[in-house]
Structures are given as C-alpha cells and as structure tokens.
Design a protein. Structure first.
Length: 125
C-alpha cells in the first residue's frame, strides 16, 4: 500500500476545476512541474489548511511504515506465500514506500551496508 496526495495534473478536469476555483497552489507551467510528484499538497483543500493535510498524511505514514508494521507485512507475506523471494520483495517495497514520504528512498540508503542487509534477510527467512 502506498499513500499519495491527490494530484490535479495539468490537462485533467480536476486541474481545470481547481484552477477555476482558485485552489491550485502551483499552476505555472513548466516552472512548477517539480512540485507534481504526488509528495506535496498542490491544492487548497476545502475545510482545512494544506498544512493540516500534511500533518494527517504524516501521521498515517508513520503508522503504516513503522518498523513493526513493515516486519509484520513481510512475515505475513512469508506465511501466506511460503516464498522467500516474495517476502524480501514485500519487505523492500514497503521500506521504499516508507522512504518516499520521508523524501528519501530507504532502500537506496541501505544499499551500501551489506552486513545490515544480510541480517535483515536472515531475520525474514
């Protein structure tokens, strides 16, 4: 599972609607394109400030991508599939998704630490 912010992409009805309602935070193209990566609030939500939506998303992601949850998902994959390859894939996928909301890829950070990776794989298997 991965969480992203609703992203009103240029050329869509949602983008046009938000532009008409003056709810876009970034709408100057191509200058603002760097913001359209689904990791930040691009519009003004109704009934709350954009920063409140960021806080809510941060709380959800902290819960969903905590170490106990990631390990549980990996062990659940192993139990259900009996496939160590699928288990390692589930583990790394969840680590990477968790890194996206933090603004970095956790898998990329761990690549240089082979000993740590071996320990993780041994725990999973």
């Amino acid at each position: 599972m991965q969480t992203t912010y609703l992203t009103p992409l240029p050329g869509t009805r949602l983008f046009d609607r938000f532009r008409k309602e003056n709810r876009l935070r970034y709408g100057d193209f191509p200058k603002d394109w760097e913001h359209y990566d689904m990791t930040e609030v691009l519009f003004r939500p109704k009934g709350m400030e954009p920063n409140r939506l960021v806080e809510i998303m941060r709380t959800l992601n902290q819960q969903m991508y905590s170490w106990p949850v990631i390990l549980y998902k990996a062990m659940s994959t192993l139990f259900q599939t009996r496939d160590p390859v699928a288990t390692v894939f589930a583990f790394y996928s969840n680590m990477n998704y968790g890194g996206v909301w933090r603004g970095k890829s956790m898998v990329r950070q761990l690549r240089g630490d082979e000993e740590f990776l071996i320990d993780i794989i041994v725990v999973i298997l």
